[in-house]
Design a protein around this ligand. Structure first.
Ligand SMILES: [Zn+2]
Length: 653
């Protein structure tokens, strides 16, 4: 064993990678320079086919993570058309944004096998997916969203807090158009674009409205309400150039080609993803009600941040375990995109102007401390605030320079893989700090600052169980698929622990808010005495998808909407004793005809009888109700969903 370790420590990244696959695999190594030890990512092909899921991470000259595989079994028996149909089924029959692309690959998630890799996208709402279909059985093996949204952010703090000024547009490759080293900007001109956003028939009318004057300058007045607004094109070009240049200067990161970006069309959102079907992700910035997202640099930086994450890391999105569903991968992706915006602006109010459109001061506020599990909601943008706040805290810490924080983010995210969860993310940040210290690039105090921040966020030992105490609320998002069977009742991300009062009082479990977008979503509450509600991890035979099904509990209760859901106590809906500890999990359930993918927002609270409720109000729905539901992420219905099979535990040394 000692011999092996010594051998590993002196091997090159390529040598280390080749030991994790068959001899005839062909490897290529991508190196991300990092002061704490270069990060190397090796990817494999086998007989000309890309091998998905076999990435090997080497830090310095040490294997950090790998997924050993051997020659694939089986054969590519399933016709390409069948694989395409399986992928399209995941879109629930939605109209396609562009013709699916299908190619054969090797998938090394759980033993290597032949598979079809299908890129597919729905038109309205736009969502792009990459789906892998088993080449021998035709089962969907995994699906990964390849488009991301930025939640209706609008006009930057800059139109509010800054003046229009003349700047030098960097990197232009010609003198007649906003096309350059990092960005290639277009308007999407069709007036019907709101109906079917990225339908090729709608977006055929690409043009450039920004035409230089006789001096070669692009000098225009802001016209945010206009769909022919040349200022928006200039603004998009300029800020895309800034963030792209920053990523290159700071991290040595650049995309293979200039980022194609679109503006001047109606949509209350922005996306990173492939919208024109050419196989390369674009940035698309919508406008609505006179507010143009293109005017908000935060949104541009955030979307490009997804490009950095996608280009460097290989995150998952949604997974499941015995506690319930978990969103770590998607949340880390969104949180990192917010951190990119933060690092560029040092402003923790992400999308400040956007917030005004939704009566908020910002779409996302990184100032408020967040920790696990109390602030886990079960929505990727909300959960991403854990990561966002952690980095905001680091930027404020006098023991760290901004460059240190930039390096720490890079050192962490460049080691992430499909199984990275909150624990691994926290450890990756601690590792990055240690690696920097070992290279004399970070002080002992700096390492301590990172340790304190990771500890404050409670990332390492995040047990997803919240102690719900009297009159404290917790927000939860429930995912609803409308698909019968194991996907019909889907658990939330966290469970609650309730300790019954010692004096024998009742406890009411209430929903103070319930935002139901379809009228079809109700809840099912599972209660278990003494230990968390158990879930079985299910790979569905039809889709090969991974979800969590509640299996171990003592009682369950169905309901819908706000108000009293359940009374626990000596004479309650569930009879309990003083001091008893109960675990509660929430799940979605269909009420009427199921519809396809939806999220619903629930705010749950406990109220202990006699303390916050007048005894006279007992008997009916005794839980106090708050006002209008606050829908923090107004566009969350556009969120893509993702299940995947968990790869074998990485066996890095
Ligand atoms: Zn995003």
């Amino acid at each position: 064993m000692l011999t092996l370790l010594i051998a590993l420590s002196i091997a090159s990244p390529l040598e280390l990678a080749t030991q994790t696959g068959p001899e005839d695999a062909v490897w290529s190594v991508q190196t991300h320079a990092f002061a704490g030890g270069d990060r190397h990512r090796a990817t494999a092909t086998w007989k000309g086919l890309d091998v998905v899921g076999a990435d090997v991470i080497v830090v310095g000259d040490t294997l950090r993570s790998s997924n050993p595989w051997d020659r694939p079994t089986g054969r590519l028996a399933v016709p390409q058309k069948v694989a395409q149909d399986v992928a399209q089924r995941l879109l629930g029959g939605a109209a396609l944004a562009w013709a699916p692309r299908v190619e054969p690959v090797i998938v090394a998630f759980d033993g290597a096998r032949y598979a079809w890799q299908v890129d597919v996208a729905s038109a309205n709402p736009f969502a792009a997916w990459r789906v892998w279909v088993d080449g021998e059985t035709g089962r969907a093996l995994a699906a990964l969203p390849t488009s991301f949204s930025a939640d209706g952010s609008v006009y930057s703090g800059d139109p509010l807090s800054s003046q229009v000024q003349t700047v030098t547009l960097e990197g232009l490759s010609g003198d007649d158009a906003l096309s350059g080293e990092f960005a290639d900007v277009f308007s999407c001109d069709d007036a019907e674009i709101g109906e079917s956003l990225f339908d090729s028939s709608v977006c055929n009318g690409l043009s450039r409205h920004a035409v230089p004057d006789s001096s070669g300058n692009f000098l225009f007045e802001p016209e945010p309400e206009s769909y022919d607004d040349p200022f928006a094109e200039v603004h998009l070009y300029h800020h895309l150039d800034i963030v792209s240049r920053w990523a290159q200067d700071t991290y040595g990161f650049s995309r293979a080609s200039p980022t194609t970006a679109f503006t001047n069309f109606e949509m209350a959102n922005a996306f990173y993803g492939d919208f024109d079907g050419d196989g390369v992700a674009d940035i698309a910035m919508g406008q609505f009600e006179g507010i143009d997202l293109t005017y908000d640099p935060d949104v541009i930086y955030h979307e490009f941040g997804h490009g950095i994450v996608g280009g460097v890391a290989a995150l998952g999105f949604l997974d499941a375990d015995e506690t319930g569903l978990r969103w770590d991968g998607g949340a880390l992706n969104e949180g990192t995109a917010d951190v990119i915006a933060l690092l560029l602006t040092q402003d923790p109010a992400i999308g400040a102007y956007a917030g005004t459109a939704f009566d908020r001061t910002a779409i996302r506020d990184l100032v408020q401390p967040r920790s696990c599990p109390e602030d886990l909601v079960g929505e990727v943008h909300a959960d991403g605030l854990l990561w966002g706040h952690l980095f905001y805290r680091l930027t404020l810490d006098e023991r760290l320079e901004l460059a240190d924080v930039e390096a720490l983010l890079w050192g962490a995210l460049s080691t992430w893989g499909p199984t990275t969860d909150w624990t691994e993310a926290g450890e990756s940040l601690l590792d990055a700090a240690e690696d920097l210290r070992s290279a004399d690039a970070l002080s002992d105090d700096g390492v301590t600052a990172v340790e304190e921040a990771v500890s404050a966020a409670n990332l390492i030992d995040c047990e997803r169980v919240i102690d719900l105490v009297n009159d404290e609320e917790h927000d939860a998002l429930l995912l609803f698929t409308g698909i019968p069977g194991a996907l019909e009742v889907l658990p939330a991300e966290v469970q609650y622990r309730i300790t019954m009062p010692a004096d024998g009082s009742d406890v009411d479990l209430c929903f103070t808010e319930w935002s139901d977008r379809t009228d079809n979503i109700g809840y099912r509450i599972h209660v278990r005495r003494g230990q968390p509600v158990g879930h079985e991890i299910v790979d569905l035979s039809l889709f090969g998808l991974r979800t969590a099904v509640p299996t171990d509990f003592d009682a369950d209760f169905d309901g819908e909407g706000t108000g009293l859901a359940l009374t626990l106590g000596p004479e309650g809906d569930m009879v309990t004793t003083a001091g008893e500890v109960l675990y509660v999990s929430l799940a979605s359930r269909p009420i009427d005809e199921p519809e396809s993918l939806e999220f619903t927002f629930a705010r749950v609270t406990l109220q202990i009888n006699g303390e916050v409720i007048e005894p006279a109000t007992r008997g009916g729905c005794s839980c106090s109700q708050s006002g209008t539901p606050v829908f923090l992420w107004p566009l969350m219905g556009l969120l893509p969903m993702f299940w995947r099979r968990r790869p074998k535990t990485p066996t890095g040394n």
